[in-house]
Write a protein that binds this ligand. Structure first.
Ligand SMILES: C[S@@+](CC[C@H](N)C(=O)[O-])C[C@H]1O[C@@H](n2cnc3c(N)ncnc32)[C@H](O)[C@@H]1O
Length: 210
């Protein structure tokens, strides 16, 4: 099915690109392909009480897809004003079409690196929204939140850049637990990497709490 057709099903418009006028650290808008999301969620299942955050949500494709398919709360954060406006328009038309799902969808305008990670947030999605320097900051915020409120947490990377992998390997306890390839991909980077905090880390950390 074409992306436009998929969009129409959800009542949203997410096809296309948008470049930043001039930004060293922030990357352009481009949505994760729907077929790739279909493949990811054949392999990755949400646990109960999952709350997903899409850092750099763009027009919201991933947020609406997950919300629609799994009916879990989703937060999208977007820093480009026009793109954010488009995400809000999408939310209005999506909500008009999909009325029965109780879980909230929150779209926030602002920088991912300024987002205060909530104790309920536990699955973080990145499709190369920014430089690895900004990524390191955002992951640092996730770790601070986990150290305040110990909980199982996953990070999903789409089209993972080596710099992102390096940040997770060298600066965090996250470990890769799965790789999901996109069928027919010409580019070897067209895949998802799923990272999780090891049980041992959570155990030691929770003993230090309270
Ligand atoms: C490659 S797109 C991914 C869109 C969406 N996550 C998806 O997979 O369909 C990256 C998005 O991140 C946004 N972005 C870049 N830097 C950002 C920042 N510092 N804070 C929030 N959003 C940012 C861009 O404007 C763009 O819309």
């Amino acid at each position: 099915m074409s992306a436009r057709k998929y969009d129409r099903r959800l009542g949203i418009k997410t096809v296309g690109l948008r470049e930043w006028d001039d930004h060293q650290h922030y990357n352009r808008y481009e949505a994760t392909p729907y077929e790739a999301l279909d493949k990811l969620f054949e392999a990755y299942r949400f646990r109960e009480a999952n709350h997903v955050v899409d850092f750099g949500c763009g027009r919201g494709r991933v947020a609406f897809y997950i919300h629609h398919r799994f009916q879990v709360p989703v937060t999208g954060i977007e820093a480009h004003d026009k793109t954010y406006e488009e995400a809000l328009d999408n939310k209005a038309s999506y909500r008009h079409k999909v009325k029965h799902i109780q879980a909230p969808i929150r779209l926030k305008y602002g920088l991912a690196e300024h987002y205060k990670v909530k104790p309920t947030d536990n699955c973080f999605y990145f499709f190369n929204p920014f430089s690895h320097k900004v990524f390191k900051k955002v992951v640092g915020n996730i770790m601070e939140s986990v150290n305040r409120n110990t909980r199982p947490v996953d990070i999903i990377l789409y089209y993972p850049l080596p710099e992102y992998k390096r940040v997770l390997k060298r600066h965090t306890p996250f470990r890769m637990i799965n790789k999901v390839k996109v069928p027919g991909a010409v580019d070897a980077r067209e895949k998802f990497l799923i990272y999780r905090l090891p049980k041992d880390y959570l155990k030691v950390n929770s003993q230090g709490e309270g």
